[in-house]
Design a protein around this ligand. Structure first.
Ligand code: DX5
Ligand code: ZN
Length: 217
C-alpha cells in the first residue's frame, strides 16, 4: 500500500499567475503537481510545453508529474527530464513503448504508463514491470472539467489485481473528473494517486478540498 498522493493539475490554474498558483497548491497541501502536456495531435488541444514546465519548476520544489499526451513521446520526453520527477507516456502513442520507458528510467526519472478510456487494460500488461506509476484516465484526455467515467474503475481494479499477482509496486493514479466523491470511489478500488484539476483550483479553499480528498474533511 502506498500513502495517498494528491497531485493538483496545473491545467486548471490561472496561467498568467503560474508562480503564485504553484505556490498556492503547495501551501494547500499538494504532494505533487501534475502537468498536462498536449500537442494538438494526440489529443484535440494544445496546452503547454517544456518552457512552461521549467517555469513551474522554478516556482517551487514540489515533485512535478509530467503527463505527455503527445504523439511522439519518445522524441519529446528528454526536454522534460530536468524538471520532472515522473514522466508518463501513453501506450496509444506512436512509439516503441518498452524502449521509451527504459530510456526514461535510464535517465533517472520516474516512469509512468497511461491508457485512454477506450483502451483495454490488457494493452499495458507487457509493460507493467517497467512502471513506477500506472495512470488510468477517467475522462477522455484533452480537457479539464469533464465528468468522471465510473466504468474506468474496473481498470483501477485490474491494475491493483495485476500488481498483486505479479508482485509489482507501481502506484495507481487516476486522472479526470476527480472530486470528493469520485476520489473516494477510486481510492476504494485501489487508486493511491489522485490528479485533481478543476476541483482543486476552483475550490473556494484548496486546502480544505485537499483535506476532504484525504478523508480529513
Ligand atoms: C485531461 C488531463 C487532466 C486534467 C484533469 O486530459 O489529463 O489531468 O487536467 O482535470 P479535471 O480534474 O478538471 O478533470
Ligand atoms: Zn493528466
Amino acid at each position: 500500500m502506498h500513502p495517498l498522493i494528491l497531485a493538483p493539475s496545473i491545467l486548471a490554474c490561472d496561467f498568467g499567475r503560474l508562480h503564485e498558483e504553484v505556490r498556492r497548491a503547495q501551501s494547500a497541501g499538494a504532494d505533487w503537481l501534475h502537468l498536462d502536456v498536449m500537442d494538438g495531435h494526440f489529443v484535440d488541444n494544445i496546452s503547454f510545453g517544456s518552457a512552461f514546465v521549467e517555469a513551474a519548476r522554478k516556482a517551487s520544489s514540489i515533485p512535478l508529474d509530467v503527463h505527455l499526451m503527445v504523439s511522439r513521446p519518445d522524441h519529446y520526453f528528454p526536454r522534460y527530464l530536468p524538471a520532472a520527477s515522473h514522466i508518463t507516456v501513453h501506450v496509444e502513442s506512436d512509439h516503441s513503448v518498452g524502449d521509451t520507458l527504459a530510456e526514461i528510467r535510464a535517465a533517472g526519472v520516474g516512469v509512468g504508463l497511461s491508457l485512454k478510456p477506450g483502451t483495454p487494460f490488457e494493452a499495458l500488461e507487457p509493460h507493467l514491470d517497467q512502471g513506477d506509476l500506472v495512470l488510468v484516465m477517467t475522462v477522455e484526455p484533452g480537457f479539464g472539467g469533464q465528468p468522471f467515467m465510473p466504468d474506468m474503475l474496473e481498470k483501477v481494479e485490474a491494475a491493483a489485481r495485476a500488481r498483486a499477482r505479479r508482485g509489482l509496486n507501481y502506484r495507481i493514479q487516476v486522472d479526470g473528473g476527480i472530486n470528493g466523491k469520485t476520489g473516494a470511489m477510486a481510492a476504494s478500488k485501489g487508486a493511491d494517486t489522485l490528479v485533481v484539476g478543476t476541483y482543486a483550483f476552483n475550490a473556494p479553499d484548496m486546502a480544505e478540498a485537499l483535506r476532504g480528498l484525504r478523508g480529513e474533511g
